[in-house]
Design a binder for this molecule. Sequence first.
Ligand SMILES: *Cc1c(COP(=O)(O)O)cnc(C)c1O
Length: 218
Amino acid sequence: MKSSGLRLQHIQEKIAAAAKVASRDAADICLIAVSKTRSAAEIEQLVVAGHADFGESRVQEAHSKWPEIVGRHPHLRLHCIGRLQSNKAAEAVQLFDVIHSVDRLSLFDTLVREAQKAERFPAVYLQVNVGEEEQKGGCAPTEVAGLVAAIRKSPLPLAGLMGIPPLGVEPAPYFALLAELARRHDVTGLSMGMSSDFPTAVKLGATTVRVGTALFEG
Ligand SMILES: *Cc1c(COP(=O)(O)O)cnc(C)c1O
């Protein structure tokens, strides 16, 4: 198996190649290393290789793993990329620097209240259910305007829109839809693209890609 440093370099080269095709600057694209299920030792190999942005799906797993790692490396940024329940909002605000999975007003209002209590104000992405799938998180495309307006009135910075295309189909139309929604609502950040499709996401405007498998096992 390749070393973590080599795998990291390989992913960054693919991001740079995709950015070049789209006449974009690779420096505008943030790579999140999705570290769910990975051990502290695996994570720290990437930290040593210079990586600083990590993503976790579950509050409980992040809570048991990250305080110690961040204690050793205070410059790291932790992103919440999984579905979030309101009863985990207080913990989420303490743990995460960026939350990618805001998708309803009730959750957002709770996050704002907990942020004010903790005096910690993570940036948030509004997650959109681009495939309008029953089982998936994310607001409907028709709800974006209202939720973007609510976030803009709040003390939490709006980082952008986030989306996960349906499995097993060509993802490009879903990335294009998310990019179009962002344009329409004057939002700049786009969190989209995973191991299987991040080069396509970059070509279609992703500013943040979330890569796990390819980075830890590639
Ligand atoms: C697990 C996960 C990823 C990373 O998936 P890989 O296919 O392992 O790259 C990205 N985004 C979200 C929301 C995830 O849950």
